[in-house]
Design a protein around this ligand. Structure first.
Ligand SMILES: [Zn+2]
Length: 335
């Protein structure tokens, strides 16, 4: 049995495996510019952000109907459950779909079908976080939030993703204020490739409760002190950082230093189909590369539940924390 954990930084569109992409393409009569899953899997071996984003957005063409989004979420939940995920807060990018003529209701209701039965079928509680594409306009974000209003019973919060540099958090001040008035929780990607000042701005201007990535916080000691003091969780994604060249190799990842600095770190998979592993794979890989002890891994799992938006249901967080505390790591085989 794997270590129980929550996943808090996961883009559902980034879980589209080549096999499902081909299945949905056939179902919807979409022609993919790849001969087969093998050739598509090779395309997943991109080596920079732009080639990743090009592939990521072009493959979304296969997602058309509620059934497609349901299949996407179901496939993720199966894999996540197998890697010990007990709670998942799932990002989705409505603008990437509405721009293709797929209404937001199709996306939310399709994902929702799989999420509704997830606890029973997979033992995974779930929440949906609507993300705005930060390289699009503030007006587009406001329109997107407006279009989401009939579906807010399914959405716990909002986030901000896609290309960071040149799109500082303050651009989205207004939509975060509106979301706040609607009682939505607030997170944002910041400090992945953007400067530490973007993290500060996300806290001060957007009022985010959690920072996605936050990798570059270490460059600003005053910011680190503030994040530690205020117990602001960071959702780190080690394999993603290597694939997108935010760090040169896993052994150079700052996770260990961030934990030592007292930051509330969590480990997540970001876009697992594209970045070489789901959340359990991220735990294994970074644990090995940085020489983390089993108790370090337990701290990361505990942090994931402390950082989760589980306020709504009495005792759920405590239950998960008890599972983490009681977890017995498998004894390694004798050499
Ligand atoms: Zn992300």
């Amino acid at each position: 049995m794997p270590l129980p954990k929550a996943e808090l930084h996961l883009h559902i569109e980034g879980t589209l495996e080549p096999e499902l992409a081909f299945e949905l393409a056939a179902r919807n009569g979409v022609r993919l510019p790849y001969a087969d899953t093998e050739e598509l899997r090779k395309a997943y071996l991109f080596d920079d952000l732009q080639s990743f984003l090009d592939l990521y957005y072009s493959l979304m063409a296969v997602l058309r109907t509620e059934d497609d989004f349901e299949a996407l979420a179901e496939a993720y939940l199966v894999r996540a459950a197998a890697q010990g995920v007990r709670h998942a807060e799932i990002f989705f990018d409505p603008q990437a779909h509405t721009a293709r003529g797929v209404p937001i209701g199709t996306v939310v209701e399709g994902l929702g079908r799989a999420l509704d039965r997830s606890r029973e079928r997979h033992g995974v509680s779930t929440a949906l976080i609507l993300c705005f594409l930060r390289d699009q306009s503030a007006e587009s974000a406001l329109e997107t939030l407006d279009a989401a209003r009939p579906h807010l019973d399914r959405i716990v919060g909002i986030g901000l993703d896609s290309a960071e540099v040149g799109h500082p958090p303050a651009k989205f001040r207004e939509v975060y204020a509106v979301a706040d008035s609607l009682g939505l929780r607030k997170v944002a990607h910041a400090g992945e490739e953007g400067p530490p000042s973007y993290i500060t701005e996300a806290l001060d201007v957007l009022g985010v409760e959690r920072v996605d990535h936050g990798l570059r916080a270490l460059e600003d000691p005053a910011l680190v002190a503030r994040l530690v003091r205020d117990r602001i969780p960071l959702t780190l994604c080690p394999l993603s950082n290597v694939r997108l060249r935010a760090v040169s190799e896993l052994s150079a990842h700052p996770l260990r230093r961030m934990m030592d600095a007292g930051l509330l770190c969590t480990v997540n998979s970001d876009d697992p189909a594209y970045f070489g592993g789901y959340v359990g794979d991220n735990f294994d890989a970074v644990g090995e590369a940085l020489g983390l002890s089993v108790e370090d891994l337990r701290v990361l799992a505990r942090n994931s539940f402390l950082a989760a938006f589980l306020e709504g249901e009495e005792g759920v967080r405590e239950g998960y924390l008890a599972e983490v505390a009681a977890y017995e790591f498998p004894t390694p085989p004798l050499p």
